[in-house]
Structures are given as structure tokens and as C-alpha cells.
Unconditional design. Structure first.
Length: 630
């Protein structure tokens, strides 16, 4: 070790005045000089970090400074990235050591990540001990600040197993001949997020004073990381706010245009449907009417997807069994994805009931399976699985978006091309798509996201380029006593009847086409364009009215109040409400509760026919008057 001496003295002479030498003393100031060097080093590091705007460049400069000033063979800095702690910068590490040492995550025989009882990731090597803070007490190898250091690492290889304090030691650094090793933790918000790694092939290159200096430098780096990550957090929050505002704008736009657009689609779909019935397949206009009807139905689907994303669509929740619901969908899903892709369903033995609109399950499964198909080139396989899950604190560590409680989960897994991190960060944004122009709306996953959130669920995505994708959706377990929905009976033709129906609609085009369709099914139809006219017609009818089919939002009074008015007059009246407005607009009128019957515009004529027959065939249910009306 280099020794620094401070010499002081005076010359002395003989009696003849001739110079004979110096008389004085030498003082060992090695420790003083080392302290001065450490102080200068700390100040230099602090200045570097304060002056630089690029933290990665600053870390590289700090590493070079430590390596040259302390005279070490190798210095590196590890920082947290996902579950691992790779080197973000290093100098002096040989490649054959750096590559295997760059990861600390412990993996099982199948390559799976190992986790402890709390759900945390298990880390290997002494680096892992320092980062997790799981250090033994009362040992000279660790400081009070949590740093590991030794001037004779080779001696660790000679320790008996029961005396080796290091968990899952890999000893790669030691086997590469490094004798002096220091591992100093980096902290951010009181959490260890990395470490400074110093090594030298020579023994006795470190001291407790130097380790304390490195701990001070680590504190400077931690402060710089805090500034950087606070700034990144601020920028991310601003982006999230902007994204939320954009999504809110999409929702407002969807809700704003939905009413008028849905009303127009009712007219288009209605006329196209009647035209198809009147012409027949041999008529020259039949194919054109089919094209109009198909385009209108696709437009209606697009509107429903927008409203689903904005969580403004009307829903009819039911208690359902996911295994049964998905089983009934398999043939339809296989037709959607084609014969080249194999579809497999593995239902879980335990699958609790959930309460949601069955049509939403249809949307989720259809969108996920179509996306999975599009990610597969040529032949491939899509696997659907279900099961039960209890989300506890350990699960939330890995999936913080999931709330505590019991869930039923469904996953869709494909062996397609997979997605990179950049793509994964955007997949739930509306209109974001990786498909070719004209082959995707960019609303499929956004719709799923909206549906899942509307049902208080969560969605996880596991994907990597070349490794396929797995989408897992969790829906809260239903804990009520409501019975599950039975499978729908297949429809046979368009049902009709001979009852009297009062149709109330303030849009003339909708009133006309709906009346024409309802009459074609054999019913007697009374038309009213306003609540006042409807009340007058009802009073004039001596034979009575069997069913009121009314729009919700009307001039003078809303559809619910109209129904209450007619029922209070003594009419034994069944009611079917319809609207093109979004759920948030019509819900306050009480037409979406379980006692009411509702059909969302735009509807197909067969759907309207089925709904009318369904309401007429049920036992009459008197609408409940709100407190303010009693």
C-alpha cells in the first residue's frame, strides 16, 4: 500500500560552515490524504450529478471517476428494471462475467420466476442480499448501512456451508479472481432500487472509511434518481391526465352522437329489413338491400363498441355461469377465427357465478379470439381457460390493478407473434391498432377494457415478441341469491300476435317504420307522436291497450311518467321502453331497473318482435311510483 509522508526539517552545518544534512521528522499522513481524496471525490460526484441533465451519462461519469480515483479494476451500477436489476452502466467487467451476472432473478427448472411467501421475486447472489436488505446481523462483512465488503473474497470459498452467510451465492466474481469486492445499496424513497458494485483483483483495496464514502456517493445517486423519477412520474401523470381527458372526450363524443345516430340507424335497418322481406332473394334489388342492412348493422356495432368503451352502453346484468356461457359460444367463435386455427376450451372445475350482461361476455370473447387469430400466421392454437381466484396482498404485488376479493377469471392464450413493451403500453387506447389500414377499428381492446372496468373487474396481459399473448380477465364473484340465467331458447321465425299496441315516438321516421313492422306481425297499432296524444288515444280506446311501446325521452313528459300516468288511470298496461340515448342519460328515469322492459336503439326488427312478444307473454307488473309521485 502506498504510504504518504509529510517531511519537515532544517539544514545543519559543521564548524566550518559546510552543509552536513537536514535535521527534522517525517509524519505518516496517508489517512489524512485518503480522507481528502474521498472528500474531493464526493464533491466531484455531487457536482457531476448537479450539472448533468442526463442521469445515465452522469452515472457513467461517476463510474469512471470511482474507477480512476480509487484505482479499482471494475465498477458498475445496477438499477431496478421490472423484477430484475441489470447493470445500467459499468467499466472493467469482462464480457464472460457481465453476461451471466446481468440478471439476479432466481428461476425454476422450467424458467419460471421464483417468488417468496410474500409474492416477492427471489434474487440470487450477494447482490440479491444487499438489494432485498436481507442481511445477517453482527457480521463484519456488512455495514450498518447495508453494504457488503471484503478484502479477501477468496476466503469466502473456504468457509464451511454452515458459516457462509450469503444466500444463493453464485461466486462468479470470486472465481474470476476478484479479491476486494464492495456492494453498496442505492435507495429511492427509502427503498433499495439498485447498488454500486466495486471490484479489484488485489487484496486490501478497501477500507471501512472508503465504504462509508461510497455510501455517501450512493446517497447522492439516490437523490439524483429521486429527482429524475419524480420528473418522470410528473410527466407520466401529465400524460395520463391528457389520456384520460382524451378518453373522456371520446366518451362525450360517443354519448353526444349516439342518440341521433342510433335513431337514423333504426330507420335504415327497419326499411332495409322490410325491403328484404318484400323482395326476396331473386329480386334484383335484394343484394343492394342486403348490403345496406349489413352496413347499418356494422355501424350499430361500432356505436355499441364506442359506448362500451365509454361505459355508457345500456346493460341487462344477469347471474351467469362462465363455463356454460362460453361453452355455448364455441361454435360461433370457431366460425369467427376460421378452420386453420385450433380452438381449445379448458373450463375450470371451480367457476363461481358472476353477474353481468351476457352480451358483454360475447363482446369480450369475440374480440379476444379475433385478435388472437390475427396474431397467428398460418396454423395455430387459441386456448380459452376459466377458473376461480382469490386476490390477496401477494397477488396485488404483481397485479396492483386487481382489488382484493374473490374473482372468476377467463383467459385467452395464443401462440402468435406476441407484442413488445411499446405496443403493450398502447393496446387499450381507442383507435390504436397494429393491423393494416381498413382491417381493424382499434376499438376491440378498448371496448373490452371499458366492459371489464364497468363490471369492477381487472385485465392482465402477458406477451412478448415471438412468444404469443395471454389476456386474463377477472370478474368479481356474485354473492347474491339471484338465480342464474338459463340458456336462451332458439327463435323460430318472427313471433306476432293480435294484441293492441300503443306506439309513442316523437321521431316521425321511426314512428312510421316501426308501426309498419309491428302491423306486419299482426298487431293492432295506435300511433302517437307525443305523450299528450298518447293519453288522449288511451282514453278513447274502449277495447283497452295491451302494450305501451314508448321512447324514454319525449316532449312534455318522459316515457316512464307517461306509463305511470296511463297505469294510474286504471289501465292494465304492460310497458316496453326504447331509447337511443346512452345509459347515463336514461338511467335516472328508472327504465333500466329489473322490473322494467327496455330495448336499446338501434334494434333489428326481429329483435323488436321477440321483445314485444316476451313482454306481452309475461304476467303484468305494475310500475312502482317514485316517492315524489305518491
Amino acid at each position: 500500500m502506498l504510504v504518504v509522508l509529510e517531511t519537515s526539517g532544517v539544514p545543519f552545518f559543521d564548524s566550518q560552515g559546510r552543509f552536513c544534512g537536514y535535521r527534522g521528522m517525517d509524519q505518516d499522513i496517508t489517512h489524512h490524504k485518503q480522507a481528502e481524496t474521498r472528500r474531493d471525490l464526493s464533491n466531484h460526484v455531487l457536482q457531476l450529478l448537479n450539472d448533468s441533465r442526463d442521469l445515465k451519462v452522469s452515472i457513467e461519469q461517476v463510474i469512471d471517476l470511482l474507477k480512476t480515483r480509487i484505482n479499482l479494476d471494475a465498477v458498475g451500477v445496477r438499477l431496478k428494471e421490472g423484477d430484475d436489476y441489470p447493470y445500467v452502466a459499468q467499466s472493467g467487467f469482462p464480457p464472460d462475467l457481465l453476461m451471466p451476472e446481468n440478471t439476479l432473478v432466481k428461476r425454476g427448472p422450467q424458467g419460471e420466476v421464483c417468488r417468496d411467501s410474500d409474492g416477492g421475486v427471489c434474487l440470487e447472489c450477494t447482490c440479491g442480499m444487499v438489494i432485498t436488505g436481507k442481511i445477517p446481523k453482527d457480521t463484519p462483512l456488512f455495514t450498518a448501512g447495508g453494504s457488503f465488503w471484503t478484502n479477501d473474497a477468496l476466503a469466502l470459498l473456504r468457509l464451511p456451508v454452515d458459516q457462509n452467510l450469503r444466500d444463493t451465492a453464485r461466486n462468479r466474481c470470486i472465481r474470476h479472481g476478484y479479491a476486494s469486492i464492495a456492494l453498496v445499496p442505492l435507495r429511492y424513497k427509502e427503498k433499495i432500487v439498485g447498488l454500486i458494485h466495486c471490484m479489484d483483483h488485489r487484496k486490501d483495496r478497501l477500507s471501512l472509511e472508503l465504504i462509508e464514502c461510497l455510501e455517501g456517493i450512493a446517497a447522492y445517486l439516490g437523490a439524483a434518481l429521486t429527482r429524475k423519477w419524480y420528473e418522470e412520474e410528473r410527466i407520466n401523470l401529465e400524460k395520463q391526465l391528457q389520456q384520460a381527458q382524451r378518453l373522456e372526450s371520446v366518451g362525450r363524443l360517443a354519448g353526444g352522437v349516439a342518440h341521433d345516430f342510433n335513431n337514423m340507424l333504426v330507420v335504415i335497418i327497419g326499411h332495409a329489413s322490410l325491403g328484404l322481406l318484400e323482395t326476396g332473394p331473386d329480386h334484383p334489388s335484394y343484394k343492394h338491400l342486403q348490403a345496406i342492412n349489413t352496413a347499418a348493422e356494422r355501424s350499430a356495432d361500432l356505436t355499441r363498441q364506442l359506448l362500451a368503451f365509454a361505459r355508457k352502453q345500456t346493460i341487462e346484468p344477469q347471474v351467469i355461469d362462465l363455463n356454460d356461457t362460453i361453452s355455448r359460444m364455441l361454435k360461433m367463435l370457431q366460425r369467427l377465427i376460421g378452420e386453420e386455427v385450433e380452438l381449445s376450451f379448458e373450463p375450470g372445475a371451480t367457476c363461481w357465478p358472476v353477474r353481468m350482461d351476457p352480451s358483454q361476455i360475447d363482446q369480450i370473447m369475440a374480440n379476444l379470439c379475433v385478435n388472437a387469430r390475427d396474431a397467428i400466421v398460418g396454423a395455430g392454437k387459441i386456448t380459452i381457460e376459466t377458473g376461480a381466484l382469490v386476490v390477496d396482498a401477494a397477488y396485488r404485488i404483481r397485479h396492483p390493478e386487481a382489488g382484493l376479493g374473490e374473482y372468476v377469471w377467463v383467459s385467452v392464450r395464443d401462440n402468435g407473434c406476441g407484442m413488445d413493451r411499446q405496443t403493450l403500453s398502447h393496446i387499450f387506447e381507442p383507435f390504436f391498432t397494429t393491423k393494416a389500414v381498413g382491417t381493424g377499428t382499434g376499438l376491440g381492446l378498448a371496448t373490452i377494457y371499458g366492459i371489464v372496468k364497468q363490471n369492477s373487474g381487472f385485465i392482465n396481459v402477458d406477451s412478448a415478441p415471438g412468444k404469443g399473448s395471454t389476456f386474463t380477465i377477472g370478474i368479481p364473484k356474485h354473492t347474491g341469491t339471484e338465480a342464474g340465467a338459463s340458456a336462451p331458447e332458439p327463435a323460430v321465425g318472427v313471433p306476432g300476435g293480435h294484441e293492441t299496441i300503443l306506439l309513442v315516438e316523437d321521431e316521425p321516421a321511426i314512428l312510421q317504420i316501426t308501426a309498419e313492422a309491428v302491423r306486419s306481425w299482426g298487431y293492432r297499432v295506435l300511433l302517437a307522436s307525443s305523450p299528450g296524444e298518447a293519453i288522449r288515444l288511451a282514453h278513447e280506446q274502449k277495447e283497452g291497450i295491451d302494450l305501451l311501446v314508448t321512447d324514454v325521452i319525449l316532449p312534455e313528459m318522459n316515457g316512464k311518467d307517461l306509463a305511470l300516468c296511463l297505469q294510474s288511470a286504471g289501465a292494465d298496461l304492460k310497458c316496453l321502453f326504447m331509447s337511443g340515448y346512452t345509459a347515463d342519460v336514461i338511467a335516472p328515469h328508472g327504465v333500466l331497473d329489473q322490473r322494467s322492459h327496455f330495448i336499446q336503439k338501434p334494434f333489428s326488427l326481429p329483435a323488436l318482435a321477440l321483445k314485444i312478444r316476451e313482454v306481452l307473454d309475461q304476467v303484468p307488473t305494475q310500475l312502482i311510483l317514485p316517492e315524489s309521485s305518491r
